[in-house]
Design a protein around this ligand. Structure first.
Ligand SMILES: O=c1ccn([C@@H]2O[C@H](COP(=O)(O)O)[C@@H](O)[C@H]2O)c(=O)[nH]1
Length: 231
C-alpha cells in the first residue's frame, strides 16, 4: 500500500542493523524513510536497496553541492538507485540545479523528486551572519526558492516556519520540512522548529522527523502519536 501520511522518518544511525531494526518497527503505509550522510557513508547503496525491498520509499538526503556536472551525475546515480526523493543545495546556484533537472529529465522510467535545500533548519540569523549573510533566514530561503523554481525543481527543504510565505510566493513547490518537534520533545541542535500539526497547518507537504521517533523508547508508538496528531 502506498504511504498514507506526510511523515518521513530520518534513519540517522551508524549501522545497517540499527537502521533496519528501526525500519522493522515501522509501517511503509505510515511513513517514508530518509537515508542521510551518516548511514549512507557507512553502508552505501545496499542499505537503500534493503529498505526499498521492505516496501519503503526512500529519500536520499545527501544534499549534493558541487559543480554542475558532478552534481548532475550524482543525482543521476541516485535516480538509478530508484530513490523516491533526492536533494541538492540551492546555494550551488541556478546552473547547477538546471543541470540536475535536465539530466533527470533525460532519464526514462520513474524519476525521483528533485528537491533544493534552502537554509538548514539548524541555522538562525546569527549563523547566517557568521557566513556573511546579514539577513533573516526567511529572506534567504525566499531568494533561493526563486532560483529553485526557475531551475524546475520539484520542491524545497526548508523550515515549516517559512511554509506560509513559500506557499504564497511559490505554490507549485513541494515543501519538505525537518525541524519538526512534537510538543515537549528536545529541540536538540534544531533552531527553526514547529510541531507536526503546526507544520501541516502552515503548508508543509512532508515532515522529516528523526530523533523524536528514532531515539524514542518505543519508536512505533512515537510514530503513531504523530500520525494521530495529524489526523
Ligand atoms: O535543513 C535541514 C536539512 C536536513 N535535515 C535533516 O533532517 C533530519 C532531522 O533530524 P531530527 O533528529 O528530527 O532533528 C536529520 O537527518 C537532518 O540531517 C535537517 O534537520 N535540516
Amino acid at each position: 500500500m502506498p504511504c498514507q501520511t506526510p511523515i518521513i522518518v530520518a534513519l540517522d544511525f551508524p549501522s545497517r542493523e540499527a537502521a533496519l531494526d528501526l525500519a522493522a518497527r515501522l509501517d511503509p503505509a505510515q511513513c517514508r524513510v530518509k537515508v542521510g550522510k551518516e548511514l549512507f557513508t557507512r553502508c552505501g547503496p545496499g542499505v537503500v536497496e534493503a529498505l526499498q525491498a521492505r516496501g519503503f520509499e526512500v529519500f536520499l538526503d545527501l544534499k549534493f553541492h558541487d559543480i554542475p556536472n558532478t552534481t548532475a551525475m550524482a543525482v543521476k546515480a541516485a535516480a538509478e538507485l530508484g530513490v523516491w526523493m533526492v536533494n541538492v543545495h540551492c546555494s550551488g546556484g541556478l546552473r547547477m540545479m538546471s543541470a540536475c533537472r535536465e539530466t533527470l529529465d533525460k532519464l526514462g522510467g520513474r524519476k525521483p523528486l528533485l528537491i533544493g535545500v534552502t537554509v538548514l533548519t539548524s541555522m538562525e540569523r546569527e549563523d547566517l551572519a557568521g557566513i556573511g549573510l546579514d539577513i533573516e533566514p526567511q529572506q534567504q530561503v525566499l531568494r533561493l526558492a526563486g532560483l529553485a523554481e526557475q531551475a524546475g525543481l520539484d520542491g524545497l527543504v526548508c523550515s515549516a516556519q517559512e511554509a506560509v510565505a513559500l506557499k504564497t510566493a511559490h505554490p507549485s513547490l513541494q515543501l519538505v520540512t525537518p525541524g519538526i518537534r512534537p510538543a515537549g520533545s528536545a529541540q536538540d541542535d534544531q533552531r527553526r522548529i514547529l510541531t507536526p500539526r503546526q507544520a501541516l497547518e502552515a503548508g508543509s507537504d512532508y515532515l522529516v522527523i528523526g530523533r523524536p521517533i528514532g531515539q524514542a523508547a518505543d519508536p512505533a508508538q512515537a510514530l503513531a502519536a504523530v500520525v494521530a496528531e495529524l489526523a
